[in-house]
Design a protein around this ligand. Sequence first.
Ligand SMILES: Nc1ncnc2c1ncn2[C@@H]1O[C@H](COP(=O)(O)OP(=O)(O)O)[C@@H](O)[C@H]1O
Ligand SMILES: [Mg+2]
Length: 305
Amino acid sequence: MRRQVLDVQDIEIVYRTRGGPVRAVSSLSFSVFDNEVFGLVGESGSGKSTLAMAILGNLPDTGVLTRGRILFDGRELGAASPATWRAVRWKHLAYVPQGAMNVLNPLRRIRDQFDDIISDHGVRSNQPDWKATILALLKAVHLAESVLACFPHELSGGMKQRVCIAMAMLLGPKLIIADESTSALDVISQRVVLQTLLEVRARLNAAIVLIGHDLALQAQVADRVGIMLAGRFVEIGPVTRIFDRPLHPYTQRLIASVPSIRHQHGLPDVVAADEAERKAWLSEDARLLEVEPGHFVASPSVPRQ
Ligand SMILES: Nc1ncnc2c1ncn2[C@@H]1O[C@H](COP(=O)(O)OP(=O)(O)O)[C@@H](O)[C@H]1O
Ligand SMILES: [Mg+2]
């Protein structure tokens, strides 16, 4: 049986701002299984990074999980001590943040940044097997050993991104969350990074939550996708079913906006949703209903039988 690595149960996340509370995520539930790539797709501002931060126990002070539970490997870590979180991060739960290439320390060589992660977890980094591990990881992300001696500015954006992925893999986590890992890259680097993530999954038997706004790109690597709109899921399902039979009007819009699909089916150019449509799609009492095994859609758009 497939094991649940991540189980998010009916969460709500609110930011406290000067202008009052901002609800960034509402009534959101989903699970991720072993060895699965789950694509989290949604437009900018739909709450993807907020959700990632909550899973990582890393919300800013103004962000509060006001409802629900997040279980990692069957354990709720929300109230865990900072020390427990530190132990869990990198080791079990790794993160490739949005704009990851900018999180590398510009003043330290790549080698030293690998060593920092290892020594932060109380392991000595000067053992020969670490050296071999790091070299194998670099190879896995198609980088040469010589990058270890480099400072970040000596590498291209795509190379830095792949360094971050190699770092995320270092301690063999069970779940990797990659936030917009390819958005800032050219098409060729995007392919290499996505391919690398798939190889990582195979190598670690890890689950990956791949966050992005480009459904067509996600579809190339994800097993399942969840479509987010304004802090909620409007549809979740196996990627093939979402493409063959998108049920929510927002998902249908997204799919129709993929040029190759649009041409293939002779669909008109996409018209952006207007406010009234968005309101209708976001009814407060919308529940995700399972319309076929594993395929969930927000209730107002479920077709009548
Ligand atoms: N630190 C913050 N304080 C207040 N509001 C925030 C903060 N971070 C994000 N938000 C708001 O929460 C919503 C979701 O943002 P975010 O999670 O960054 O979306 P995404 O990653 O999908 O672009 C947006 O409306 C955004 O303005
Ligand atoms: Mg984001």
